[in-house]
Design a protein around this ligand. Sequence first.
Ligand SMILES: [Zn+2]
Length: 83
Amino acid sequence: MSITQATAANRQRRGPATVYVSLYAPAGRRRYWWYSYRCPECATYQFGRSRDLTGVTGARRAGCGHTVNVVIARTYPAGGVRA
Ligand SMILES: [Zn+2]
């Protein structure tokens, strides 16, 4: 990473940083949509859940305290992931 890149990133920032999440559909007894992503601010791995899809996307506060703009990168269908 160069100083030039870091400066450009800071200059572009308006509002929360966009994150692309992996989304897991409700399955079985699980009624929530689950999603995971890495915080662009502090690079910690975050995990969230929402009762419906509209509660997943948009600006929200990550578990680390940073505000991020959530965009769904890919969705895993119900039953596609088994514990
Ligand atoms: Zn963070």
